[in-house]
Design a protein around this ligand. Sequence first.
Ligand SMILES: [Mg+2]
Ligand SMILES: [Zn+2]
Length: 182
Amino acid sequence: MTRTKVPTVFLDRDGVINRRIMADYVTCLAEFQLLPGVLEAIARLTRAGFRLAVVTNQRGIAVGRMSRTDVDRVHRHLSECVAELGGHLAEFYVCPHDRDEGCGCRKPDPGLLDQADRALAVDWEASFLVGDSDSDIRAGAARGVTTVKVAGRGEAIADHYAADLPEAVAWILDRLEGGSPV
Ligand SMILES: [Mg+2]
Ligand SMILES: [Zn+2]
């Protein structure tokens, strides 16, 4: 039986959806600040027919800055905010490991993308990843999705560069022929 493959947009979280906290982690809801325009941008991707999956390294769990429950609480809140604007963000793939654990899911490894693929098969060629770090771009490139980097250029070569998530989404939607990802 062949599995239906779904065009997916993988979204990094910190620095793409919410303000990144330099040299620390978002440990609780009070520290979670949405960036401008992201809820509407996510709703636009949903309306275009994409499945959306957040893929996020949360090493703060490994080093004891927060618990998985704290992270899940933030994600429930984000899902609710997205839903209020008509978007759908149900999938969160989190790497809770430290750098030296060799887990395979910590970006730049593509393990989180593979987790999404196991839940619901990804149409890699029709899929995108938006991230603000080289590690995001490398994870996306490892599976052949089209990568969009926000917040400036780094060492990894992305397929496209955008100022922020709303601009990245506008570019992704511009690329769709007939307005649908498939
Ligand atoms: Mg990030
Ligand atoms: Zn991991």
